[in-house]
Design a protein around this ligand. Structure first.
Ligand code: 5GP
Length: 370
């Protein structure tokens, strides 16, 4: 047993120090980024990624076709859920929507079935299918990096996203195995219970800093996946060196996620005056179900229940229904633009170079916070 003594930090443990800047307005900030990927053999659909590097997670209620089309229209990215059928995926990728190629990833696991399913879709949709997200809860197994090697050898003309890991040496291993983008985060997610179930994890800000450093040294890229609770957290992730930020909870509860809207009624404890006297005020609130992809709910939906040797590592919650996603996105992007003006970064690309983090014990004033 060994203890690492240097402190590791989460988003909530830091703030970004404001700096003198010549930037006139937040509307001048450029959020779009351009990336060239290290292992991707760009024979076909253009050799660069260009867009606002925020991704919808491949979670139920988030990584849907509807979300993908909406976000692609706004130049953001979506990793689709794994459980779409081959025919649905082929239809989606081959239909005539040009921005799907650059803004949507197919997602898969690492079983033989996953490999065959991808092969079946790719055979037909090879021209339109550029990004593949290979996603497992624990990216540390030898089997995972072997699978990435196998996939890279079989499909040189795809951009491979691989995760999840939280340390530099495993980021390097995955990039050297053929991944272009490494997904970083174990345990920070809004509906994740891995840390309480297993005791395993790594504070997300430090994970992003360390993995970005390793990836960038090799010409690779990273995604900060999970743990963002507000626009400021996305800004901190980019400032820490993340090339992309992936969101689950912040994108949940919208029309594009497709979940059923559940209406509940609550007694507020207030009364209002009526012609006949007083009546209790009842408030109506709308919710949408949101659950982790390792939760009991997800296992029941996709695998007919939890296997005997597994426990649930995800929460099943109701999140407030939030309507269309545009306003949420405007709020996120507005926040990040503002961060860039405080830090003196005219482009999102420069934010991490412009950032000095200060450690803090209290991130914000909670006196009137709900
Ligand atoms: P959020 O943005 O909600 O904080 O985090 C989203 C991320 O949480 C996902 O992209 C995924 O990496 C992770 N995640 C999703 N479902 C589960 C789960 O059931 N258990 C765990 N440990 N992580 C999950």
């Amino acid at each position: 047993m060994r203890i690492e003594d240097d402190s590791k930090l989460d988003y909530k443990d830091v703030l970004i120090r404001p700096k003198r800047s010549t930037l006139g307005s937040r509307k001048d900030v450029e959020l779009s980024r351009k990336f060239k990927f290290r292992n991707y053999d760009s024979g076909k659909a253009g050799s660069h990624y260009q867009g606002i590097p925020i991704m919808a997670s491949n979670m139920d209620g988030v990584g849907t076709f509807e979300m993908a089309d909406k976000l692609a229209g706004l130049n953001l990215f979506t990793c689709l859920v794994k459980n779409y059928e081959v025919d649905e995926l082929i239809d989606f990728f081959t239909s005539n929507e040009s921005n799907r190629v650059e803004n949507v990833a197919y997602s898969m696991g690492i079983t033989g079935h996953d490999f065959d399913k991808f092969n079946a879709v790719y055979k037909v949709a090879d021209k339109q299918l550029k990004y593949v997200c290979v996603d497992v809860a624990n990216g540390y197994s030898e089997r995972f990096s072997s699978f990435i090697k196998q996939l890279r050898d079989a499909f040189p003309a795809i951009v491979i996203i691989a995760g999840n890991v939280v340390t530099g040496e495993m980021t390097e291993e995955l990039i050297l195995s053929g991944a272009d983008i490494v997904k970083v985060g174990i345990g920070p997610g809004s509906v994740c219970t891995t840390r309480t179930q297993t005791g395993v994890g790594f504070p997300q800000l430090s994970a992003v800093i360390e993995c970005a450093d390793s990836a960038h040294g090799l010409g690779g890229h990273i995604i900060a996946d999970g743990g963002c609770t507000c626009p400021g957290d996305l800004a901190k992730a980019f400032a820490a060196g993340a090339d992309f930020v992936m969101l689950g909870g912040l994108f949940a509860g919208h029309d594009e996620g497709g979940g059923e809207v559940i209406t509940k009624y609550f007694k507020t404890g207030e009364v209002s005056k009526t012609a006949d006297g007083w009546e209790e005020v009842i408030e109506e609130q709308k919710f949408v179900q949101f659950y982790g992809m390792s939760s009991l709910a997800a296992n029941e939906k996709h695998f007919g229940g939890l296997k005997k040797y597994r426990s649930s590592e995800g929460r099943d919650v109701l999140v407030p229904y939030r309507g269309k996603i545009e306003l949420t996105i405007q709020n996120l992007l507005g926040g990040i633009r503002s961060t860039c003006t405080y830090a003196g970064a005219k482009k999102l690309k420069w934010l991490s170079k412009c950032t000095t983090f200060v450690k803090t014990g209290q991130q914000y004033n909670t006196v009137f916070a709900k």
